[in-house]
Design a protein around this ligand. Structure first.
Ligand SMILES: *Cc1c(COP(=O)(O)O)cnc(C)c1O
Length: 393
């Protein structure tokens, strides 16, 4: 036997030695405020299930009813024979929810970026990209073949300097930014970024994966939060976070969506979302349109949790969203903190370099509308106990 894959063992060992190996936990329960993790019941601060929809009875019922009527699999890619009337309904409902002309759904937020960016720019073009943009934006940008010009995180003045210096060397150009940044819970200054883009011939795209169902009126997203409705050229979203299901979306100008029907490669070459997924997403839109109750509870939970952490003396960094980093310092401390929380019955993920800059390792707390007040109190008590034990507060 040749040893041509021996390098994989070496690389895996190197990851383990560096403390960067991902040990994947297995859940033995549905998503919710509490999880069974590796056999133990723990309070969940790790999911993107912002509104508690991942196991909501109405959403589960909608998925079951759709299976009874339409089966499960789409049978094909959407452009051949995989577009059912449910898919068309979801595209239309998402466009209406976002207050834009049109929308097109993909299998995930990741594929929405991989499909949309290369359809809009190519080798002769440039992408101006926030340095902390999500991996799927980076991969979509690389796939497009366009020149990628990074600007400093959330810095419209630096974006403008980059546009001034480079824009005219390229045929077409896009500015792409996350709406909410997932490691710090800070947001893009989209109003200022929009103003800058108005002075240059450049398309503006925002990926609002962590803003959908969270920011803006009733969860309509970061564009709505800044009152920029109808002004941002393309919004990318995911149906896997606040919407609680799975899927991705690109929303905006009708002609861009029409173009993505013709040139969005994951739309053309990868099968459509399944029937229960689409039906569940439609039920999620219904819930969001009927009431702002869940979004309001998410924010009151997040505000309470953050206020109490700060009062205890923890550092929550730049967060202005329900993503609450508890910044601790070096990675081993964050890992020890996470282990100690688990002992206290709390599931909180430690993130260290290279996911976040050195010296800013943290526990990232994801608050949800599914948490009750007593859940939050238990969580806070655990943070206080562990914080004192480890000398952080
Ligand atoms: C989570 C995330 C995605 C990926 O979404 P999926 O639907 O899980 O593929 C894309 N962009 C950003 C900014 C994200 O946070």
């Amino acid at each position: 036997m040749s040893n041509k894959l021996a390098w994989v063992d070496e690389e895996l060992q190197a990851l383990k030695d560096a403390g960067l190996y991902n040990r994947i936990r297995t859940l033995g329960s549905p998503q919710g405020a509490w999880l069974v993790v590796d056999g133990k019941k723990v309070l969940n601060f790790c999911s993107n299930n912002y509104l508690g929809l991942a196991n909501h009875p109405r959403i589960a019922a909608a998925a079951k009813a759709a299976i009874d009527q339409m089966g499960v699999g789409p049978g094909a890619v959407r452009s051949i024979a995989g577009t059912m009337d449910l898919h068309v309904q979801l595209d239309e409902r998402l466009a209406r929810f976002k207050g834009v002309d049109a929308a097109i759904t993909f299998q995930s937020g990741f594929t929405a970026n991989l499909g949309t960016i290369p359809a809009l720019v190519g080798k002769e073009d440039a992408i101006f990209s926030d340095e902390l943009n999500h991996a799927s934006i980076i991969d979509g940008s690389r796939l497009s073949g366009a020149t990628i010009i990074r600007y400093n995180h959330a810095d419209p003045a630096h974006l403008e300097a980059q546009l001034k210096e480079h824009r005219q060397q390229y045929r077409r150009a896009m500015v792409i930014t996350d709406g909410v940044f997932s490691m710090d819970g800070d947001i893009a200054p989209l109003d200022k970024i929009y103003e800058v883009t108005q002075k240059y011939d450049v398309v503006l795209m925002v990926d609002d994966a962590h803003g959908e169902g969270v920011m803006g009126k009733g969860g309509r997203g970061i564009v709505d939060h800044f009152g920029l409705n109808g002004k941002v050229d393309i919004e990318i979203g995911t149906l896997s976070k606040a919407f609680g299901v799975v899927g991705g979306v690109a929303a905006g100008d009708a002609k861009v969506v029409e173009w993505l029907h013709q040139r969005g490669r994951p739309f053309l070459f990868s099968s459509a979302m399944t029937v229960p997924d689409v039906a569940a997403c439609l039920a999620a839109v219904d819930l969001l349109e009927e009431s702002t109750e869940l979004v309001d509870r998410l924010w009151s939970n997040a505000n309470l949790f953050k206020k109490e952490l700060l009062a205890m003396g923890f550092d929550t960094g730049k967060s202005v969203t329900p993503i609450t980093p508890v910044i601790l310092g070096e990675a081993p401390l964050a890992q020890e903190f996470s282990r100690a929380l688990y002992e206290e019955g709390v599931f909180g993920m430690a993130l260290g370099f290279p996911t976040v800059p050195r010296g800013t390792a943290r526990i990232r707390v994801m608050i949800s509308a599914a948490h009750s007040e007593s859940d939050l109190e238990q969580g806070l008590a655990a943070f206080e106990t562990v914080g004192k034990k480890l000398g952080v507060i």
